[in-house]
Design a protein around this ligand. Structure first.
Ligand SMILES: C[S@@+](CC[C@H](N)C(=O)[O-])C[C@H]1O[C@@H](n2cnc3c(N)ncnc32)[C@H](O)[C@@H]1O
Length: 268
């Protein structure tokens, strides 16, 4: 694993564990939000994905890069469907399993520790992936494996970073070193990569202004609570969050980095 990738995630579990220490053993989803969502716009983003994926109670959904499982649990809770989360990092995956047990959703929600680049059997009606693919530069392998997990005409939904205008060398460095993102496609290139892997009926929605405001608000809210957090979690951990949230807010404010929502289906 890349050094920047390890660094980006290493303070998240201690923070979550510190917050969990004050919560009851059986948990509701409301107790966990927004602690277990590492994407933008919380459950509103998942509701948006649900509407585009055409899911039902009978669907089996794959959440690619499931983190600590917030998206997977919300999908199962909202729709009553089966969800499998695939997560690269074993500690995050273990935490996802633990939180799912504590919310009573283990029958519906399973987690697999693994790498999407290694593939999974073809068994899913749909997949979604929120803020994951920015970490994966090998788009050819990525999207061919994403195609290979879907049943015929299966649907997909992505939220990801894109390049809106050419990046400065400082932005390239921040993306690499702070966000563990080794390169960014434009929306057009993104769509071409998906089409090359056999996906079609693709819609791309530029959500840059929405995300720019959201990451700015996230920074401001964390700054407001920083004294409370410092007492609870210590200076180093809080500083890691502040630095990360500031770097991301700066990237979006710069106007060259943006966000996209993409959905479509596997063509026959
Ligand atoms: C920003 S987090 C988003 C987590 C989750 N989608 C959410 O919205 O809460 C990105 C996650 O993708 C995972 N990830 C990165 N590369 C992966 C890969 N090749 N296969 C599976 N998961 C991966 C990371 O370990 C991390 O947990």
């Amino acid at each position: 694993m890349q050094e920047s990738f390890v660094r980006m995630y290493q303070y998240r579990l201690p923070f979550l564990q510190g917050e969990l220490a004050h919560l009851p053993k059986p948990l509701t989803l409301a107790d966990l939000m927004p602690l277990d969502h590492y994407h933008y716009c919380g459950t509103a983003a998942i509701d948006y994905a649900i509407a585009r994926l055409g899911l039902s109670q009978q669907s089996h959904v794959l959440d690619i890069g499931s983190g600590v499982g917030g998206t997977a649990r919300y999908l199962a809770w909202k729709l009553g469907c089966a969800v499998t989360g695939l997560e690269l990092q074993s500690q995050l995956c273990q935490m996802a399993v633990e939180l799912t047990e504590r919310t009573g959703l283990s029958k519906q929600v399973k987690f697999i520790q693994g790498d999407i680049l290694q593939g999974l059997p073809r068994q899913f009606d749909a997949w979604l992936s929120l803020l994951v693919f920015l970490h994966i530069p090998d788009r050819q392998t990525l999207f061919s494996q994403c195609a290979a997990v879907l049943k015929p005409a299966g649907n997909f939904y992505i939220e990801d970073y894109v390049q809106i205008q050419p990046l400065t060398s400082e932005e390239i460095q921040t993306l690499e070193q702070v966000v563990a993102c080794p390169g960014l496609p434009t929306i057009t290139t993104y769509q071409q990569h998906l089409e090359q892997a056999g996906f079609g009926q693709i819609t791309c929605e530029n959500v840059t202004p929405l995300w720019r405001d959201w990451v700015q608000q996230r920074l401001i809210q964390f700054q407001r609570k920083q004294d409370y957090y410092r007492q609870k979690h210590g200076d180093e951990l809080v500083q890691s969050y502040l630095d990360f949230y500031q770097a991301v807010a700066d990237l979006f404010t710069g106007g060259n980095v943006g966000g996209v929502r993409i959905w479509g289906r596997l063509l026959p």
